[in-house]
Design a protein around this ligand. Structure first.
Ligand code: SF4
Length: 65
């Protein structure tokens, strides 16, 4: 599974970082989400799915690798 963030949609709410801190971080300067990895492990997938579900901007997409 690959993770994509649409940084143009991201509003910097930080929900994704709370849901999956090993996968998402936020830029210091503006809070826009960045990926620490675009290929989460099995263990990280539940958090990533949660992040995609709760992202208020619908900026997170999961695609089959
Ligand atoms: S939850 Fe969505 S809007 Fe909020 S920081 Fe993460 S990607 Fe951006």
């Amino acid at each position: 599974m690959k993770v994509l963030i649409d940084q143009d949609k991201c509003v910097g709410s930080g929900q994704c970082v709370l849901a999956a801190p090993e996968v998402f971080d936020q830029r210091d300067e503006d809070g826009i989400a960045i990926l620490l990895t675009d290929s989460p492990t099995e263990d990280q997938l539940a958090g990533v799915r949660q992040a995609a579900r709760i992202c208020p901007a619908l900026a997170i997409e999961l695609v089959e690798a």
